[in-house]
Design a protein around this ligand. Sequence first.
Ligand SMILES: [Zn+2]
Length: 403
Amino acid sequence: MNYVTIDTEADPNSVTFPSTMKQKDLGKLLVKELLDIGIEDAEMDEWGYVYATIHATKGSENVPVVCFCAHMDTAPDCSGKDVKPILHKNYDGNPITLPDDSTQIITTDRHPYLKEKIGDDVITASGLTLLGADDKAGVACIMDYANFMMNNPGFEHGKVRILFTPDEEVGRGVDHIDMDRLNADYGYTLDGGTLGSIEDESFSADAVEITIHGISAHPGYAKNKLVNAIKVAADFVDQLPKKSWSPETTSGREGFVHPTSVSGIMEKMTVSFIIRDHDTSKLAEYESQLKKILDETVAKYPGVNSDFKVKEQYRNMKEVIKDVPFVTDNAIEAMKRAGIEPNPVIIRGGTDGSRLSFMGLPCPNLFTGEMGIHSKHEYVSVQDMQKAVKTMAHLTVIWKENV
Ligand SMILES: [Zn+2]
């Protein structure tokens, strides 16, 4: 509840790193708290990453180094300024009217998972902001677990690395991670939702930018000369499949080709796409079909040219994790030992773990209980967070057992 009062909203339009310097305010507090509990090497680097080490206990030096990671920033979709967290002890199942804006009412109808949290202590914001449980719930779980480890010298464990990152919400969370400095073998992000959820399979993702060059002329004297790129772009978008290929027509393991923006002028139009599939090889198929549609459209307009640029965004972390399945299996076993039913989920999106996995740190995502994220209705159950901490403790034990 303290961490969410510190404004760490990220800014997608910023060119600095971190995108907002206020994210470092939370980083500074975390470093101080880590130092206070006796973690001597806790530090924040110039980019705002917080690194800390809990050393292996005697005889456990050969256990793989496991990193627990959470992000400190909050989503720009909803204000993160002056967050006032409210603790609803022993939640009774009734609609929660947020006091600072009585039109903001959290109900179990709109949030079915909340019905399962009756009897739990639930934290919400006050109606004017998001809560920031995404991902300060993850931060709090890791801090609580660090505190537990430092205060229980009898608890035997391998080396644990702690990593807090800025700017996850604007897709730059791993841009400046120093993997040598991190020096961990396997990782877990704590940034998932419902109790027991574990995500080790994400989309593979490309971006495509299409530019259509029309032929400009003075409109008063344009007969048989002007070819309006706006109309060519509209024709092109109209040629896309209407019953498939889109986020609005796909689910589960189906991928999509999704136009996200159209901009430009009569002379030159740009159409941006995101391409997604769990099977990376399908991306190239989508791209060649998209290019074919573009070429066929443009061919109808003599003199018009087009460019087609593909940019890789991230890849399905399963491609890495399938070779080290014990990373996921250990987490599933840890949940079972903590009395939680594991629930593997396929992400229709990406996480920092997707990119971390390809940077050499296989990194599934574990639940924290954060729900209704990026909105004023965001909430989190304290008991879910406690179970995430329990899961981390069992996980640490299992890594040591399996050496
Ligand atoms: Zn998050």
